[in-house]
Design a protein around this ligand. Structure first.
Ligand code: PGA
Length: 254
């Protein structure tokens, strides 16, 4: 059966009680049993998610500092995130790139740190509206992939994911059409193959940007879309479970 990854990015939302209720509701949903579920949560929630999820949900952090430890007030190391229960981490989400000015060189260091420490990175890429309208989507994706994933070793590709999230589709209600998303995913896979051969071409590529229960099934039926990274529609457990159910349905028919 085709493996599918259904990931929620909670951003700066939820208290511990809310996180606990979400996880408890989600793991009760039998439809979600055949897909991989992931929750990328604030650091304050990681231990709660891990304890409540009973191994059913991958626990992800939303950011990390590339250093091992040190005088970096307000930052979190890979070791601390692992200790809190995370096994995965988002790197290069567009809000980090654009609101917090993280560039590909910094993100490459974060990917390196995550892989060295045993945290699995989900490396996010995506073009802005101006870049798409200027015909530069492929150039941007190529640059983000080549720089951010520089130095990933042959045996490390099986420990990461890539998320394609067009910036203009995040939190805007605008979704890339399935054909547009498929084209960007195909391009991403070809670039990954050029960077790391067959092992890199097998990296799961998730789509993100205004994914909802109504559009998840069609997106997930595209041949190069192996999952979705969901922001707004992941906050409510019922709507996230409906997206997971759409994924499970696609698995049966593919
Ligand atoms: P959205 O966010 O689903 O609310 O568009 C996606 C993301 O930021 O990962």
């Amino acid at each position: 059966m085709r493996e599918l990854w259904i990931a929620g990015n909670w951003k700066m939302y939820k208290t511990r009680a809310e996180a606990r209720a979400w996880v408890a509701a989600l793991i009760e949903h039998p439809q979600a049993a055949t897909v991989h579920l992931m929750a990328f949560a604030s650091a304050t929630l990681l231990a709660t998610v891990e304890e409540t999820a009973k191994g059913r949900i991958w626990v992800g952090a939303q950011n990390l500092h590339p250093g091992r430890e040190g005088a970096f007030t307000g930052e979190l190391s890979a070791r601390q995130l692992l200790d809190a229960g995370a096994t995965a981490v988002l790197i290069g989400h567009s809000e980090r790139r654009h609101l917090f000015h993280e560039d590909d060189e910094l993100l490459q260091k974060k990917v390196r740190t995550a892989l060295d420490s045993g945290l699995r990175p989900m490396y996010c890429i995506g073009e802005t509206l101006a870049e798409r309208q200027g015909g530069r989507t492929e150039e941007v994706l190529d640059r983000q992939l080549t720089r951010g994933l520089a130095g990933v070793g042959a045996e490390e590709w099986s420990r990461l994911w890539v998320a394609y999230e067009p910036v203009w589709a995040i939190g805007t209600g605008e979704t890339a059409t399935p054909a547009m998303a498929q084209a960007a995913h195909r391009f991403t896979r070809d670039r990954l193959q050029a960077l790391g051969g067959e092992a890199a071409a097998r990296v799961p590529i998730l789509y993100g940007g205004s994914v909802k229960p109504e559009n998840a099934g069609e997106l997930l039926s595209q041949p190069d879309i192996e999952g979705v990274l969901v922001g707004g529609a992941s906050l409510e457990a019922g709507s996230f479970a409906a997206i997971a159910a759409a994924g499970a349905e696609r698995q049966k028919t593919s």
